[in-house]
Design a binder for this molecule. Structure first.
Ligand SMILES: Nc1ncnc2c1ncn2[C@@H]1O[C@H](COP(=O)(O)OP(=O)(O)OP(=O)(O)O)[C@@H](O)[C@H]1O
Ligand SMILES: [Mg+2]
Ligand SMILES: [Zn+2]
Length: 511
């Protein structure tokens, strides 16, 4: 008898149904798995064999054929152990199902003693399964909570194969998980607060603009000036993620295997801060079946590159396209995959190798060539993509010791939220959510300048020798400054500020 069990596979963040068919015929003992399995699926053979024996079932004698369809998609991992095992025991008559298996889906790695191990990507799978009309999804216990975030499909957390078999034959039922109540987890992004940063009014204003419009930021200043401190607090003034954003970000963590079992859904905006020795593959994503990289793990959040000039040229190059597009395409022989990567880029750097170039009191000990070489590690196109250039001067003693309380993140975030609300309304139905993501064709419609502002922008464009990209980005930043003030048109002062925040490249790079 040929048996059939439903399972599910992943392609990037998307899932597709897999049918696991098993057949046992008389003949020489053999166990073939077909359907382009990789080595992990072949190893599944050994685990399934051991698990069947250890759980007091009989390993079928004869020629076993297991087919994972569709055959033309490369399947990965050990997640098909459970469906393979079940299909096998049904095919040779050891399990007599009393439930409608067409409505059920099974996934999980079995260990030799018959317990189930968790797999990656359950969230995407549960969403996909529900869309395919599956009613009951059996997952390893470790994945139960993650699956139960999805409404409209019953999730069953399974400890052992014995348990799931008892359920199938109707001898004892597994209860479906309670739907996950999101209010159970706190959005605990906020151990840090803006109010801890004394002074630095300009830098804070710039970060507020960045948060309000989703713009990229470069922080430049001497050691100890507070660049890292400021950057780490950016997530605390970003608007809370919407439910859809949470799901999108969580899918990425789920597929990457970065979700911890206690937090089945990510509510706080991610803050990724890879070390400067990171490879471009770890940044962009990759592998035989490409996993998301840092830029995708930062989706809907912040990617912080501390000590920017120390990152390899490869890494900086690999950032260029995703920063522009909000997504990354990873090409492999097996086909290409796209992962979302809409993050706010925050880069920090010293102005020179010793760190004191341009410092008000300390002397820079670097030669002009050394300074130039250091700054030139950041290419023009990279610099162009950093919308707000913020000079972080050393904090003055008076400000540091001042007893005047600084504004809290919560209070700044209220202004940010207001500006975001304006953007949400304005861009309804356009597919974009914030000013930073405005497409070139949208600028003339959404960024209308007063005559004065227009004049200033056109004269600056020539005087400062701006690139077309820098021009577009100045417009978008000025749109955000205007939104923070609740204005309809972009005024002279908005343009002036936006240009001001792009002036460091001239101070440092073209001095
Ligand atoms: N404005 C400030 N208010 C309060 N504390 C500050 C401020 N600036 C700096 N500090 C203190 O100095 C420490 C060093 O700051 P931070 O690590 O952010 O500097 P940095 O600019 O990143 O330096 P580096 O270039 O060496 O990485 C902070 O952890 C904080 O304790
Ligand atoms: Mg630092
Ligand atoms: Zn120096």
């Amino acid at each position: 008898m040929v048996s059939k069990i439903n399972s599910i596979g992943l392609f990037g963040l998307d899932s597709y149904m897999i049918e696991v068919e098993a057949d046992v015929t008389k003949g020489q003992q053999a166990f073939d798995i077909v359907g382009l399995p990789d080595s992990a699926v072949r190893e599944s053979r050994d685990r399934v064999r051991a698990a069947i024996k250890n759980c007091k079932y009989k390993y079928p004698t004869g020629h076993i054929t297991v087919n994972l369809a569709p055959a033309d998609v490369k399947k990965e991992g050990s997640a098909y152990d459970l469906p393979v095992l079940l299909a096998l025991l049904i095919a040779n008559g050891q399990i007599n199902p009393k439930i409608n298996l067409d409505e059920c889906l099974f996934i999980g790695e079995v260990s030799l003693d018959g317990t189930l191990r968790g797999v990656n990507g359950i969230l995407s799978m549960a969403i996909g399964a529900k869309e395919q009309g599956i009613k009951h999804f059996f997952v390893p216990k470790a994945n139960e909570m993650e699956g139960s975030v999805v409404n409209g499909i019953s999730i069953y957390g399974v400890n052992t194969i014995g348990e799931v078999i008892s359920h199938i034959v109707g001898s004892s039922a597994i209860l479906p998980a309670e739907p996950y109540d999101i209010s159970r987890i706190e959005n605990n992004n906020h151990f840090l607060d803006f109010s801890e940063v004394k002074g630095q009014t300009v830098a804070k204003k710039a970060l507020e603009i960045a948060a309000a419009g989703g713009h990229n930021v470069l922080l430049i200043g001497s050691p100890g000036a507070g660049k890292s401190m400021l950057a780490k607090r950016l997530p605390t003034i970003l608007p809370e993620m919407t439910f859809d954003e949470s799901i999108d970000t969580t899918k990425i963590y789920s597929v990457a295997g970065e979700l911890d079992s206690k937090t089945p859904i990510i509510l706080g905006r991610p803050f990724r801060s890879p070390h400067h020795t990171v490879s471009s593959r770890a940044i962009s994503g990759g592998g035989a079946i490409p996993k998301p990289g840092e830029i995708s793990l930062a989706h809907n959040g912040v990617l912080f590159l501390d000590e920017l000039p120390e990152f390899s040229r490869d890494v900086m190059e690999s950032l260029r396209q995703p920063v522009e597009d909000g997504k990354v395409t990873i090409s492999r022989v097996a086909g290409s995959l796209t992962y979302p990567s809409a993050f706010t880029l925050v880069a920090a750097m010293n102005p020179c190798p010793c760190g004191f170039y341009g410092h008000p009191t300390r002397k820079c000990t670097c030669s002009p060539t050394a300074v130039r070489k250091y700054l030139n590690r950041i290419s023009g196109p990279m610099l162009d993509r950093l919308d707000l250039h913020i000079e972080v001067p050393p904090v003055e003693y008076g400000a540091l010791k001042s007893a005047t309380p600084e504004e809290t993140s919560e209070s700044v975030r209220q202004r940010v939220n207001k500006a975001r609300e304006i953007q949400n309304q304005r861009y309804k139905g356009t597919g974009i959510t914030c000013n930073a993501r405005l497409l070139p064709g949208m600028l003339s419609k959404y960024c209308v300048l007063t005559a004065e502002a227009e004049k200033m922008l056109s004269s600056s464009f020539e005087r400062l020798g701006l690139s077309a990209r820098a021009y577009d980005r100045i417009l978008k930043v000025s749109r955000t400054i205007s939104d923070l003030e609740g204005k309809e048109l972009i005024e002279l002062s908005h343009i002036a500020q936006a240009i001001q925040f792009r002036s460091l490249d001239r101070k440092y790079w073209e001095g």
